[in-house]
Design a protein. Structure first.
Length: 141
């Protein structure tokens, strides 16, 4: 199956997803409303179904949370941290790929994220193209 490509056209990122029979749900878990909203809007503009959650607890309580094909999770969530959310999901036998995002580059946190099965770690601010390419790699290995 051919994966998605992200050509830049006049400064705008476009996605063309080939052979994608259904809309893919990508959930964003970030306690910063502006970050969460902007990422959800970006993902929707690229053809994804995207939902935002202000906490790990809110995500776990959502009835459709386990339908997510990819998660974008802030490491420094209030309440349950992103790393704790990852551990909880693994205890529930979830294999959904996780992209961690953080405002701080901390080698120990990055190590813990990867050790728990995190697939990518992006330091804010990151470009739209970087996030979309990471999602593409996880959904189209």
């Amino acid at each position: 199956m051919q994966g998605a490509r992200y050509p830049c056209e006049m400064g705008r990122i476009l996605i063309s997803r080939v052979n994608t029979p259904q809309v893919t749900l990508v959930s964003v878990i970030d306690d910063d409303e502006s970050v969460r909203s902007s990422l959800v809007l970006l993902l929707r503009s690229q053809g994804f179904d995207s939902r935002g959650y202000a906490s790990g607890e809110a995500f776990l309580e959502a009835t459709d949370a386990m339908e997510s094909r990819c998660l974008v999770v802030d490491v420094g969530l209030k309440g349950m941290s992103g790393i704790e959310l990852q551990a909880r999901l693994r205890s529930l036998k979830s294999t959904v790929p996780i992209i961690f995002i953080s405002a701080h580059r901390d080698d120990e946190t990055i190590r813990r994220a990867h050790a728990g099965g995190g697939r990518d770690f992006l330091v804010k601010p990151f470009s739209e193209a970087t996030l979309l390419a990471s999602i593409d790699r996880l959904l189209n290995p």
